[in-house]
Design a protein around this ligand. Sequence first.
Ligand code: FPP
Length: 250
Amino acid sequence: MNSINTINKDNLPKHIAIIMDGNGRWAKKRGQQRVFGHKNGVQSVRNIVEAAGQIGIKHLTLYAFSTENWKRPKTEVSALMTLFITAVKNETKNLMKNNVKLNAIGSLENLPKSVQENLNKIIEKTKNNTGLNLILALSYSSKQEITNAVKNISSDIQKGKISINDITEELISNNLQTKGIPNPELLIRTSGENRISNFLLWQISYSELYFSEVLWPDFSKEHFFEAILEYQKRERRFGKTGEQLKEDKS
Ligand code: FPP
């Protein structure tokens, strides 16, 4: 098993998005608290960031915390917030070494000040890195993101800056937090759950979906490469027929 060598480097997704799921179950299976699963999930984050950089993926978006996750028990939420701070602090050196640029999307203003400050520090520090663009979705809700885009556009219309006829798909994309980033060609979700859970709803309209049974703390580089290989086997038709695609290529 050495999938990395069989990956076609000319047909890589530019952007991969991942719903990291299964930390709680992973911990439970070991008779441990859920937080133990999250802690072990950090190692998978490290592995996958490294793997993505290794093969030349340009953008990697990780769903680390949804707006719905605020409903979890207070102790778990606060342990996760602490974990984000320590992970971000501990990884700074590594991110710099690997030329990774860190970004974040979501209602970041709702995160504790200490998380915001640490996040901003590292975003600032890594802003000139030219390798992998690592985007953390924190306190993120796709419906909220789209709602905010509608508000911004409506406000521009109200102010007379644009007219209704100026509303295009491109304008909407440009009012999302992922502005300037290509849509993910591949979306991976771990842990056997086959849901999207309010993640990048607009951006994944044509993404290939890959559901893995593996729980996030067990998700290895090899699993990640297998997902990319599976993506490369798929025929992306964008509404066209298979025959038309062959003609386009010839
Ligand atoms: C989903 O598993 C996981 C989360 C809500 C948190 C993800 C966080 C990490 C992987 C830790 C660190 C991340 C970064 C970016 C440093 P779950 O708790 O829903 O698992 P379950 O479905 O088995 O209960």
